[in-house]
Ligand binder design. Structure first.
Ligand code: 3PG
Length: 394
């Protein structure tokens, strides 16, 4: 793909699609600004080159215009990081926005209001895309987290406004992903968690072709354990996927990929912090109890599994980490990555959240800013909004 470094941007109006879809609480405070910070290299580069920087993003899933979903808290936070004013537009298209853009000077930063205040964004409307495109002279895509969505600003604008190139965050996401999945240093270990096997089948199948070992934790593990003929008590199981689970284990065996499941579980009577708990080996989950976290022996096993790894890929929590009582498995997994000398890559919404809460964000080589977009890549799919960007040979 064509790189931002290859285009002359000085004095130009550069329209940058970022993913500023950050969690904001009821009082309008930003709870996690990782995605804003992740876009700074691109924004600062554009400012250094004296471009006119027009930023656009969605925030949340509003139904039409709704001040709760305004990007203005983001403008304030960004302004602190870049140490200069960020002009906040009250819309993303229309005459008032055009007027603001016309007044921009070199080195100015303008943030357009939430793209999803117009339903045309998600409908991928051509006219809406043209209006957005008319604001800039160069398009930069840095919205990795949105690259799986065929929405107007991220899918159609780059087809209209040329050149359309990747920003530095996008480059970084792709390059780490390739290091881990395309040309990895071996052995490669994948650690997968989460509740549903059904939502991760494509990922498991793709990983089986690429990794040397795979550890499946989280509630997903119970469908596999049941497929092996053991009782899982009241743990979450997807009965419709027992056969799929058997197939997956069979494919792993044929491919020579080592397939591991947890060997002990912390059980509860119900999903609550106040429930009584028990720690048991995996084959001994009694009726009336459900597995809510992996146990300490599983953690020790995981440590052993990754001890010779050169590359570790992690997605999905190991247990119900939203409850303090059942957070250890997930946090210990985060720490295993943090303490490993392998190349460590993690991603997915919950995983990112867990890594922050475990306090090891800076010790993991790369935590993707993508949720759904990262999962698409893990599944071996291409991202449509990257496909539409210019190629370097053009
Ligand atoms: C995300 O947070 O995964 C992206 O910003 C996309 O948001 P969406 O799932 O609401 O399309």
């Amino acid at each position: 793909k064509k790189r931002l470094k290859d285009v002359n941007i000085t004095g130009k109006r550069v329209l940058v699609r970022v993913d500023f879809n950050v969690p904001i609480d009821e009082q309008g405070n930003i709870e996690d600004d990782t995605r804003i910070r992740a876009s700074l290299p691109t924004i600062e580069y554009l400012l250094d080159a004296k471009a006119k920087v027009i930023l656009m993003s969605h925030l949340g899933r509003p139904k039409g215009r709704d001040s709760k979903y305004s990007l203005s808290p983001v403008a304030k936070r960004l302004s602190r990081y870049i140490n200069k004013d960020v002009i906040m537009a009250d819309d993303c298209i229309g005459p008032s926005v055009k007027a603001l853009v016309e007044k921009m000077k070199e080195g100015d930063v303008l943030l357009l209001e939430n793209l999803r205040f117009h339903k045309e964004e998600e409908e991928n409307d051509e006219e809406f895309a043209k209006e957005l495109a008319s604001l800039g002279e160069i398009y930069v895509s840095d919205a990795f987290g949105t690259c799986h969505r065929k929405h107007a600003s991220v899918y159609t604008v780059p087809k209209i406004l040329k050149p359309a190139v990747m920003g530095f965050l996008l480059e970084k996401e792709i390059s780490y992903f390739e290091k881990a999945m395309v040309n990895p240093q071996r052995p490669v270990v994948a650690i997968l968690g989460g509740v549903k096997v059904s939502s991760k089948i494509g990922i498991i199948k793709n990983l089986l072709k690429r990794v040397d070992k795979i550890f499946v934790g989280g509630a997903m593990a119970f469908t596999f354990i049941k497929a092996m003929g053991y009782s899982v008590g009241n743990s979450i199981v997807e009965d419709g996927y027992i056969e799929t689970a058997k197939d997956i284990m069979e494919v792993a065996r044929k491919l020579g990929v080592k397939f591991y499941l947890p060997v002990d579980f912390l059980l509860g009577r119900e999903l609550s912090n106040n429930t009584p708990t028990r720690l048991v080996p995996w084959q001994e989950i009694p009726q009336g109890w459900m597995g809510l976290d992996i146990g300490p022996v599983s953690i020790a096993l995981l440590r052993e599994i990754v001890s010779d790894a050169q590359t570790i890929i992690w997605n999905g929590p190991m247990g119900a980490f939203e409850l303090d009582r059942f957070e250890d498995g997930t946090y210990e997994t985060a720490k295993i990555l943090a303490n490993s000398s392998a190349l460590t890559i993690a991603g997915g919404g919950d995983t990112d959240h867990a890594i922050h809460r475990a306090g090891v964000y800076n010790s993991i080589d790369f935590v993707s800013t993508g949720g759904g977009a990262f999962l698409e890549l893990l599944e071996g799919n291409t991202l449509p909004c990257i496909e539409v960007l210019d190629n370097s040979e053009e």
